[in-house]
Design a protein around this ligand. Structure first.
Ligand SMILES: N[C@@H](CCC(=O)N[C@@H](CS)C(=O)NCC(=O)O)C(=O)O
Length: 257
C-alpha cells in the first residue's frame, strides 16, 4: 500500500524517538496505511515546555495533523484506524477486536514495565541520562522472574504460524515492538523454552513496516540523545524542520517502581 494519506500534501508530524516501542508501533501502523510522516525524534526526557503543553504527561509519541494533536500510541493508532480505515490494523469482529486490544494493552503496560523499565531503561537509559548504576535487584528479578512470566504467557497465546488474526494487526505490532528494543542489547528469547514466541517475534519483525525503520534505529542506537537529529539527517530521515528537544534531560512525571 503506497497511497500518500498525508493531509493537504503535508506529512503528519510525529514527535518521538525511533527507539521507543510506542513510536515504532505508531510508525508501523502508518506504514501499513501508507501515511507519510515527518518526525521530531526526541526522547521524552529531553522535551521542552512546548512538549509539555502538547503531551501533558511528557510521553512520546505525539501525533499532529490538520485536525488533532494527540498523545498516547493507543489513542493515536485508534484515530488512524478511524480516519484511514483501509488497510485495517484492528480486526473487524467484536471478539477479535477486543482480544487484539487486550494484547495491545498487555504489551503497553506489563511488557513496558518488565522489558523497558526494569530491563532496558535500567541498564541503558538510566546510566546514560542520570548517571545511575543499574539496580541489580530489579534487573535480576526482571531476568529471572518477570521476563519468563511474560514469555510463558505469550507462549500460550501466540499463533504457531502467521499472525494473531488473518492480517497483521495491532496485537502483533505492539508485542513485537517491545522485543525489537531488546535486540539492541543482545537479548534473545530462549528457543528451547519459548519456541513459538521466538518464531512469532522473528516473523512479525520481518514485516516491511519494521524493516524500513532499521536504518533510523541503527543510526541512533548507540548515540547520545543530543546527537540523534544529526545522525538521522545523515541517513535521510524525514525530519521536521523544528524540534521540541533541549540539551538538558528532565525526569519523567509518571512514577515507576
Ligand atoms: N501509554 C503510552 C506510553 C508511552 C511511553 O511511556 N513512552 C515512553 C517512551 S518509550 C516515554 O515517553 N517515557 C517518558 C516517561 O516515562 O516519563 C503510549 O502508549 O503512548
Amino acid at each position: 500500500m503506497n497511497v500518500d494519506q498525508s493531509y493537504n500534501g503535508k506529512p503528519v508530524k510525529i514527535i518521538g524517538s525511533f527507539l521507543s516501542p510506542y513510536v515504532r508501533k505508531t510508525l508501523v501502523v502508518m506504514d501499513i496505511k501508507g501515511i507519510a510522516y515527518q518526525i521530531d525524534p526526541i526522547i521524552a526526557f529531553m522535551g521542552n515546555d512546548e512538549f509539555t503543553r502538547i503531551s501533558p504527561v511528557r510521553r512520546i509519541p505525539v501525533l499532529i495533523d490538520d485536525e488533532v494533536t494527540l498523545s498516547d500510541s493507543t489513542i493515536v493508532c485508534e484515530y488512524l484506524e478511524d480516519r484511514y480505515p483501509s488497510p485495517a490494523v484492528y480486526p473487524k469482529s467484536p471478539a477479535d477486536r477486543a482480544q487484539a486490544r487486550w494484547l495491545e494493552e498487555y504489551a503497553d503496560t506489563r511488557m513496558q514495565e518488565v522489558l523497558m523499565v526494569h530491563y532496558f531503561n535500567n541498564q541503558i537509559l538510566n546510566p546514560m541520562l542520570w548517571n545511575e548504576a543499574p539496580d541489580t535487584t530489579i534487573l535480576d528479578r526482571a531476568t529471572n522472574e518477570e521476563i519468563p512470566q511474560v514469555l510463558d504467557y505469550l507462549e500460550g497465546e501466540v499463533p504457531a504460524d502467521g499472525y494473531f488474526f488473518d492480517e497483521i494487526s495491532i496485537a502483533d505490532i505492539s508485542i513485537a515492538s517491545f522485543f525489537r528494543n531488546q535486540q539492541f542489547i543482545g537479548f534473545k528469547i530462549d528457543t528451547n523454552l519459548w519456541p513459538k514466541t521466538a518464531a512469532f517475534i522473528d516473523r512479525v519483525l520481518e514485516h516491511d513496516g519494521f524493516k524500513k525503520l532499521h536504518p533510523y534505529e541503527e543510526a541512533i542506537a548507540s548515540a547520545m540523545p543530543i546527537e540523534h537529529r544529526d545522525a538521522l539527517q545523515a541517513v535521510g530521515c524525514p525530519l521536521t524542520p523544528d524540534t521540541l528537544g533541549t540539551d538538558t534531560p528532565r525526569r519523567g512525571w509518571m512514577v515507576y517502581k
